[in-house]
Ligand binder design. Structure first.
Ligand SMILES: *Cc1c(COP(=O)(O)O)cnc(C)c1O
Length: 393
């Protein structure tokens, strides 16, 4: 049976898959089962930060799994401790890490920390978590409820109580009360449509929450691992949150989620855990990926790549102002708003047929999340194909 039929027969139909099957990749270039090449402006939704088939990551992982893949968190795990050090040092914050396996799971951990912190004096139960409308925090029962999108709350209830949605950063202050355990936001909403928050407003909110001793949780599952130029978007925004979650790009394709927090005393042995979290495989991946990205940042290559991508995107945008209304985002987390939402799926499909992969976000945003290692040649090639795709609209 061919792969498409096999998938249809045995895999639950939770994804509307595009009609393509990739078999290999090299940096930002993918190859399908017929040998056709594509430029990947998606990096697997912001995951393959260091490119497909990265030799350093492959060697590190082969070396690691030939020794140990997993022993459980009952024992010390050298790459986990090392990955924690690398991540904390890259962030510059005085934090400790908990290792999970996905973004949603990292956010679950963050919510648990905020809620346990909220019970600290035992008098008032602080349990409410404020999130934003149009946010995205994951697919577990709790994180789907944390997600400020009504359409995702249609089934699956009853949900855990205590999630409150603000219409924007401005509205959060008026929603705080004695029961608020935390505020969780994305600094640039990814799935919601590449929507950056205002820097000053975020700084003001962070200050207010500090004064009230309410933890600020920044969901950096998409923005983290240098996606927007700094290791975390929190650094770029000049804030010091109590909790940061990472996933997607920090493992370079190996499933991993990380909760980092300044609240080191909240969780005790037995309060939280994970069988797989931070095992030799995923932690080794984090070590290698963070090393590679640190080097890219320090050499100035990351900034140069980001500038080249922005310039190419700007040129493309200017040439297609009849279709796009604005350019949004930062660094290599960016997008173009289409004037007409209907056109967006045509663009994505024509782009794929013309050999370039792009993403949708929100209702009408064409989203770009290229590997942070994408070359100038790959950028040019990708926009050339995208321009051809536009001529078919
Ligand atoms: C992708 C994403 C998640 C969910 O991550 P999973 O690994 O799919 O669980 C959570 N928050 C944000 C901001 C994301 O972009």
């Amino acid at each position: 049976m061919n792969i498409k039929d096999l998938d249809k027969k045995y895999v639950l139909p939770t994804y509307a898959r595009a009609d393509v099957e990739f078999v290999s990749g090299s940096n930002a270039t993918l190859t399908d089962d017929a040998g056709k090449k594509y430029i990947d402006f998606t990096s697997g939704i912001g995951v393959v930060s260091v490119g497909h088939g990265n030799k350093r990551v492959a060697d590190a992982l082969c070396n690691q799994v030939s020794k140990l893949t997993h022993t459980s968190n009952l024992y010390y795990i050298a790459p986990q401790a090392q990955a924690a050090q690398k991540v904390v040092e890259a962030s510059g914050y005085d934090m400790q890490c908990f290792f999970a396996n996905s973004g949603a799971e990292a956010n679950e951990g963050a919510i648990k920390i905020a809620r346990k912190h909220g019970e600290r004096d035992g008098k008032i139960k602080r349990y409410k978590i404020i999130t934003l409308n149009h946010s995205f925090h994951g697919r577990t029962i709790t994180t789907v409820k944390a997600t400020g999108q009504e359409s995702m709350h249609n089934y699956f209830g009853p949900f855990p109580d205590g999630f409150v949605y603000a219409d924007g950063i401005d509205e959060i202050a008026s929603l705080l009360d004695d029961h608020t355990a935390g505020v969780m936001i994305e600094l640039i909403q990814g799935e919601g449509g590449v929507e950056p928050q205002d820097r000053e407003k975020v700084q003001k909110l962070a200050k207010l929450l500090k004064a009230k001793e309410i933890p600020l949780i920044i969901d950096e599952v998409q923005t983290g691992a240098y996606r927007v130029g700094e290791f975390t978007a929190s650094q770029a925004y000049g804030i010091e949150p109590e909790i940061i979650t990472l996933a997607k790009g920090v493992g370079g394709g190996v499933p991993v989620g990380i909760v980092m927090t300044t609240l080191k005393e909240v969780l005790n042995a037995g309060d939280h855990g994970s069988t797989f979290g931070g095992n030799f495989l995923s932690a080794r991946a984090v070590c290698e990926v963070v090393d590679i990205l640190n080097e890219l940042k320090e050499s100035g290559e990351l900034a140069a790549t980001s500038a080249a991508f922005s310039e190419a995107l700007e040129n493309f945008y200017v040439a297609h102002k009849d279709i796009f209304s604005s350019r949004v985002g930062f660094g290599m987390m960016c997008g173009l708003r289409t004037k007409d939402a209907q056109t967006l799926s045509n663009i994505i499909n024509f782009a794929r047929e013309n050999g370039v992969m792009v993403l949708k976000a929100g209702r009408n945003t064409l989203r770009f999340l290229p590997p942070l290692t994408i070359t100038k040649e790959e950028i040019d090639e990708g926009f050339k194909s995208l321009t051809l795709a536009m001529s078919r609209l």
